[in-house]
Design a binder for this molecule. Structure first.
Ligand code: PEP
Ligand code: MN
Length: 354
C-alpha cells in the first residue's frame, strides 16, 4: 500500500459526460470537473476521486444526482482488492470447478500451441488426470523477436475445439486488447502475463470488457507485491466501470528475478503468504516458469499448495524436450499424472476420488 493514506470515492455515471448536476455534486466534494490531481477518469463512465473530506451527507448528495448510477466509498486504506464493495465471494466459478473454493484447482497444458495433435493429446491427458482447466498460449510474449511467437488467431479455433472435446475451460494469454476481443469467443479466461502486468491501460480495458471474461493476472517478474496489487486494482476498476458485480480475477505468483540462477525465477512464497492476507482475490502459483526445470516443478507445486495457494498453473507437453517454447520446464504426461496424485493426497482425498 502506498505511504499516502487516502480514501477513495468511485462515481459511476449513466452517460459518458457528467451532467451539470454531476459536476455540481463533484464540487460538493471539493472536486471540479477540470483536470485535477484529486480525481481521475477511467473510461467514459467512471470517476475515481480522493477528496480531503467525504462526509455521509456529501456522498448522499452525490448519490442522489440524476446521472449518477453508483457511488462507492473506499474508506481509509480500503481498495477494491482489499474489500470488494459489491459483496459476495471472489472465488471464481468455472464450468468444472472453483478457483478460490475449498479445493485447489489445477490449470494445465502446453506453454504454446504447436499443432492439433499436440493440443488434443495434452488436453485429454490433463483432463483425465484431474486438471479443471486447460492452459495454452497462441499469442506468445517472447523475449527475443526471433523465436516462435505462437499460432495467433488460427490457434483460437483449435482452443475452442479442445474445450468442446474435453469440457475443460480454456485459459490463454493475450498481449493487447485486440487479441483479447478475438479470443473472447474461444476461451474462458484471459491471461495477462508477467510482461504486461505494468500496462495499466490494458489492465483497465480488459477488466472493463463488456462480457466480463475472467482474468488471470500474473505478477511481473520485477514487480513488488504492492505493484502487483495495484495492477489488480486497475482490472477491478474496469469491472466497476463495466457494471460487473463479480471481480472475476485470479492472481498468479510465478516467480521474480533475483540474483539466484539455479531456478529460472525465484518463487516468492512470502508474496504468496502476504497476498493471501491482503486480498480477497484467489491466488494461484505457477511453479513451471518459476522453476524453469521440469524436475523442480513438482516440489515447488507441492510447497505452493502447502503454503495456501488456491491452485496451480502447470506446463505439460507430450514431448517436452521437443517443445517449441519452454521445453525445459514442461512436464511429460507421466510426471504430470504423478503430480496430480500428490495434489490429491495433499488435499486429503484419494486419486480415485478426483
Ligand atoms: C506463460 O504462462 O506462458 C507465460 C508466458 O508466463 P509469464 O507471463 O509468467 O512469463
Ligand atoms: Mn511458458
Amino acid at each position: 500500500m502506498s505511504a499516502v493514506r487516502k480514501h477513495i470515492v468511485l462515481v459511476c455515471l449513466e452517460a459518458a459526460e457528467p451532467s451539470d448536476a454531476v459536476s455540481l455534486a463533484l464540487q460538493e466534494l471539493g472536486l471540479g470537473t477540470q483536470p485535477s490531481p484529486r480525481w481521475r477518469r477511467f473510461g467514459s463512465q467512471l470517476l475515481a476521486a480522493w477528496p480531503e473530506q467525504a462526509s455521509t451527507d456529501q456522498l448522499a448528495k452525490v448519490r442522489s444526482v440524476p446521472g449518477v448510477r453508483r457511488v462507492i466509498h473506499l474508506e481509509n486504506d480500503a481498495r477494491l482488492h482489499t474489500r470488494w464493495p459489491l459483496g459476495g465471494s471472489s472465488a471464481l466459478a468455472l464450468a468444472t470447478g472453483t478457483v478460490g473454493g475449498p479445493e485447489p484447482l489445477v490449470i494445465a497444458g502446453p506453454c504454446t500451441l504447436e499443432d492439433e495433435d499436440q493440443l488434443m493429446e495434452t488436453a485429454a491427458v490433463v483432463a483425465e488426470a484431474g486438471a479443471k482447466a486447460l492452459r495454452c498460449g497462441v499469442f506468445k510474449p517472447r523475449t527475443s523477436p526471433y523465436t516462435f511467437g505462437g499460432l495467433g488467431e488460427r490457434g483460437l479455433e483449435l482452443l475452442a475445439r479442445a474445450r468442446e472435446r474435453t469440457g475443460l475451460p480454456v485459459v490463454t494469454e493475450t498481449l493487447d486488447y485486440e487479441q483479447m476481443e478475438l479470443a473472447t469467443q474461444s476461451v474462458d479466461v484471459i491471461q495477462i502475463g508477467s510482461r504486461n502486468m505494468h500496462n495499466s491501460a490494458l489492465l483497465f480495458r480488459v477488466g472493463a470488457h463488456p462480457r466480463g471474461l475472467p482474468v488471470l493476472l500474473k505478477r511481473g517478474f520485477g514487480a513488488t507485491v504492492d505493484e502487483f496489487l495495484h495492477a489488480a486494482e486497475y482490472v477491478l476498476l474496469g469491472r466497476i466501470a463495466a457494471h460487473q458485480d463479480h471481480p472475476g480475477l485470479i492472481l498468479c505468483e510465478r516467480g521474480i528475478r533475483t540474483f539466484e540462477q539455479t531456478t529460472r525465477f525465484t518463487l516468492d512464497f512470502g508474496a504468496l503468504a502476504a497476498l493471501r492476507q491482503r486480498t480477497h482475490l484467489p491466488v494461484i502459483v505457477d511453479p513451471s516458469h518459476a522453476a524453469g526445470a521440469h524436475d523442480l516443478v513438482p516440489p515447488l507445486a507441492r510447497a505452493a499448495l502447502a503454503a495456501g495457494a488456491d491452485g496451480l498453473l502447470v506446463e505439460v507437453h507430450p514431448e517436452p524436450q521437443r517443445a517449441w517454447c519452454d521445453g525445459a520446464q514442461g512436464l511429460d504426461f507421466d510426471t504430470f499424472r504423478a503430480l496430480m496424485d500428490q495434489v490429491a493426497e495433499l488435499r486429503g482425498g484419494s486419486s480415485a476420488a478426483r
